[in-house]
Ligand binder design. Structure first.
Ligand code: UD1
Length: 373
């Protein structure tokens, strides 16, 4: 029953690219257990390789999506437009009462826009994060999604402030915490069952993890070759495991840089890992070198040093409270050297990064859903 005693309220949850699955899973599992809501999983297919998509669905115990839009790869406009047009058709045929979008990928803004144009209420989970760098496609997605959403669920106080400064009415903003930590806590027993070190033949806590995929880092030959050289040097200080994103693999091949890694015994290139394997590897690592958004948060929660190869971050709380440090792409060796030499690790976990974000979202929804429809 819905909170007002009628039939179950239909709520769509959108997943598109890899970082969406761990944000949607805890919420889906909570919503499906209520007696008032029927969640539907809409997968745009922005990521489609087994290792970027289905492996996460399986690891996070999500069901087969109710709708698979199959938008695939493409330029930003094309990918966003395909998701928008395909999701619009679903709404027209079978409208939900509310759409929930997460994060900042192209699928997030595409589906939010389709829904708003049809006057459906939209809620954005992980709202308010800002890098203030509008050359990042994700920043455009964040600003636009927040501007049109009816409910903005934020992870941290800086996000609330950003939204207020953009003129979003305060009564739309609700701080609920960091949903990624829900996934981590929910899956921790299964993460601990994995033995990634054994499978990869590396020593527990004696290695670092590399992840890289941002266009700013990997799309330009000169920059990518500097990064490769820096990582090769850094591997003399600490061995690394590098699960390679498809975009990065394509660029390493295009620029003939893959061989530099293949000739470096202390860097293990592996395919993208499933959620459980990756988190097992991260939990037992000494350090992460990354340009990912989510890994900045997970390392802060885990108390593992994180070197983020970016000039800015939309997650400043991971620097002010956590273990994150921004580094320049031509200072990787030096930053790894400093990090390995410094044995102190800060461990302040931001408020509400406690594994209870999904339950706060569901409580809020239950009390507000009748006002939104
Ligand atoms: C997207 C998100 C980014 C997120 C990242 C995580 C946007 C704007 N970007 O970036 O915020 O951090 O996902 O991975 O939405 N590809 C495959 N197989 C796949 C998926 C992609 O081969 O399953 C290839 C595509 O063909 C493309 C490249 O990888 O050439 C990039 O994919 P795309 O979805 O455009 O962007 P990401 O860089 O993954």
């Amino acid at each position: 029953m819905s909170p007002d005693g009628n039939k179950k309220t239909l709520i769509d949850l959108v997943v598109g690219a890899r970082p969406n699955f761990m944000k949607v899973a805890p919420l889906y599992h909570r919503l499906v257990k209520t007696d008032w809501c029927r969640p539907r999983l809409v997968h745009t297919g922005q990521h489609y390789d087994y290792k970027m998509s289905a492996a996460f669905i399986a690891d996070l115990n999500l069901p087969e999506p109710d709708f698979y839009l199959g938008v695939g790869s493409g330029h930003h406009g094309e990918q966003t437009a395909k998701a928008l047009a395909s999701y619009e058709k679903i709404i027209l045929e079978s409208p939900p009462s509310l759409l929930i979008v997460v994060g900042d990928v192209n699928s997030t803004i595409a589906c939010a826009l389709a829904a708003k144009k049809l006057n459906l209420p939209v809620a954005h989970l992980e709202a308010g994060l800002r890098s203030f760098d509008r050359t990042m496609p994700e920043e455009i997605n964040r600003v636009l999604t927040d501007a049109i959403s009816d409910v903005l669920w934020t992870p941290s106080p800086d996000a609330d402030e950003n939204l207020i400064k953009e003129g979003i009415p305060g009564d739309r903003i609700h701080r609920v915490g960091n949903i990624m930590i829900d996934s981590l806590k929910m899956m921790q027993p299964k993460i601990d069952e994995k033995n990634a070190c054994h499978e990869l033949g590396i020593d527990w806590q004696q290695y670092g993890i590399i992840t890289l995929h941002r266009p700013q880092n990997v799309d330009f030959e000169e920059q990518l070759s500097t990064i490769v050289a820096e990582l090769v040097s850094a591997s003399e200080l600490l061995p690394f495991v590098f699960p390679v994103h498809p975009r990065t693999l394509a660029k390493l091949q295009q620029f003939d840089l893959i061989r530099d890694f293949e000739e470096t015994p202390n860097i293990r290139l592996v395919e993208p890992l499933s959620y459980l394997m990756f988190m097992n590897l991260l939990c037992n690592s000494k350090l992460a070198v990354t340009d990912s958004g989510g890994i900045q948060e997970e390392t802060t929660y885990l108390g593992i040093p994180c070197l983020t190869m970016r000039p800015n971050t939309e997650r400043p709380i991971t620097i002010s409270m956590g273990t994150n440090k921004l580094i320049s792409y031509d200072q990787v060796y030096e930053s790894v050297r400093e990090s390995v030499a410094n044995h102190e690790t800060k461990r302040d976990v931001p408020e509400l990064w406690d594994g209870r974000t999904a339950s706060r979202v569901v409580d809020h929804l239950k009390s507000e859903i009748s006002l939104l429809q």
